[in-house]
Design a protein around this ligand. Sequence first.
Ligand code: NAD
Length: 296
Amino acid sequence: MARIGFIGVGNMGGPMSANLSKAQHQVRAFDLSPEAVAAAEAAGATAAPTVAEAVKDAEIVVTMLPAGAHVREVYMGENGIFANAPKGTLFIDSSTIDVATSREVAAAAEEAGFAMLDAPVSGGTGGAEGGTLTFMVGGDADAFERGAKAFDAMGKTIVHCGSAGAGQAVKACNNMMLAISMIGVAEGFNLADALGIDRQIVYNVCSTATASSWALNTYCPVPGPAPASPANRDYQAGFTADMMLKDLRLAQDAAQKAGVSTPLGSEAQALFALFSNMGSGAKDFSGIIEMLRGKV
Ligand code: NAD
């Protein structure tokens, strides 16, 4: 059982904090949204009125915030975590942010006498609720060991990916691969439709042939073949197109800084930006098949 400060109890952080409480950890939750804090409180946390109160005697601090700017401010700002957590506290940032900011905040944490891990997640709100998230973790091995009790309460697959920023790097690579493969699967189904081939036949063959992928087999972008996929509920998210766009931008940012050519990642970003600008950013990302078909 550990004392854990949790900052950012929104769609993901809320259920993650609830799972920490369920595992008998003492959670103090803070969020700018009073509704979010009230929900965390109802799920077993103690409400904290400020960041300072949430972290003041914490052994571990978990953050689940929208983007890099929020993470920098909440950790390094005047009344932030660095200024108020006891020395030696372990910080776990599970927000999905750019690799450069993640490394910058981790280096500043170390200099100020703290250990820090970047630990973005995959698995969405369902995974957060079920405690089955995948954590991709960057940081040193000792810190990774210390974080185990928190990770175990929130996730199922916990992978140490390397030094600071490595978790964010793996997350950006994964989501860039996923976006590209989803667009490929969508184009395949659109072509099959135009050629008059039954979608279930396409699915039966391709999901067991060389085109097999998570985007096709599990998250199939046409209704029918994979009954649990968002295509069966009019592309209600799931994982929104705007979230995918954010992650593609992070991947492109990292690729540009590293001088790597990712032409399909760049094209995927452009297509998701178009889909979002057409008013579909809140739809599930697999709904991009409709735009590619000229339907949106
Ligand atoms: P969300 O907007 O529901 O939650 C973020 C919370 O942070 C909000 O409640 C907001 O009030 C709070 N917040 C913002 N600034 C703050 C500050 N300065 N101090 C305290 N609280 C502050 O977003 P979410 O869906 O929970 O996503 C959080 C992170 O998880 C993002 O980085 C996102 O990319 C990542 N992620 C989301 C999903 C998903 O399916 N929703 C999946 C994987 C990863």
